[in-house]
Design a protein around this ligand. Sequence first.
Ligand code: FBP
Length: 337
Amino acid sequence: MKPISLTRYLIEEQHAGRINADLRLLIEVVARACKSISIAIGKGALGGVLGDAGTGNIQGEAQKKLDVLSNDILLEANAWGGHLAGLASEEMDHSQPIPDAARRGNYLLLFDPLDGSSNIDVNISVGTIFSVLRCPDGVTTPGDEHFLQPGTTQVCAGYTTYGPSTMLVLTVGHGTHVFTLDREVGTFMMTRRDVQVPADTKEFAVNMSNQRFWEPPMQRYVADLLKGKEGPRSKDFNMRWVASMVADVHRIITRGGIFSYPLDEKCREKGGKLRLMYEANPMAFIIEQAGGAASTGRQRMLEVQPTGLHQRVPVFLGSRNEVAEAVRYHEQFDREG
Ligand code: FBP
């Protein structure tokens, strides 16, 4: 069957009454911004976009030039569309209401403009992650507090991965679909509809160098994976770690697996490494809509009640039976120690 464009897919969703015109146009605006980011990344050193920006963000991280450029591209693209009341980004301390009151809409957009920053200068896949919420009724100038809604209230989530090809993975709550950018015509074309993540897997992704800092249940869970078929899991597991969440999650969307960034002694005070609002929640929505599961290890990710815009959480997501297994180790430890 001839692939359909993102525009046609969204119009069909609107005609089916599953999304409204505002959300359709907002997704188109974000997708267009991601195309511009893809072009900037593709230029690499020739475009002078590699290296540090010489500035830092609220997370205390050194910003890369592409972090700042991607953030600016998304801000500019969403400033005048009329679909948003406000937006929030990994690269900005606080959320921002859309400047021109006349151009405000009913949605809130959260994004990680450039995920996988540590891989930018070494030409490994990076990405953009986004989540869309409704602006609470009666709120015209949203503040940070209006964004603190659990992941179950997301109306849309997506990520774009900038790799050998640029791909957009999207859900509006009716399955998860994959689009590939046709660079010649500049259009995202649907290349997989209704993706289903296999329930079981033999592949795990974690930064093993943090092992000594992990909690006991995580130590036991990974130790049993590494014991392979001689161990309690009775099968051999392979490991992958790209250190770009978008790339690791895209592999899982494509062939299954489990991705985890657990709590460890290095990030315990912060509550974890990855951010709930614009990394964990959108990925959890996408994965659940593809038949997978997402958890903090102790709670369904999408049910976490947010307390801060840049809040961090432990993350386990992917093939649902494997995520359930990782959660079982944590529950057993919490029960029995
Ligand atoms: P940012 O690059 O957006 O800050 O994201 C965090 C991240 O790079 C994830 O993409 C990735 O999964 C993780 O951190 C890698 O962590 P580590 O450097 O510990 O392997």
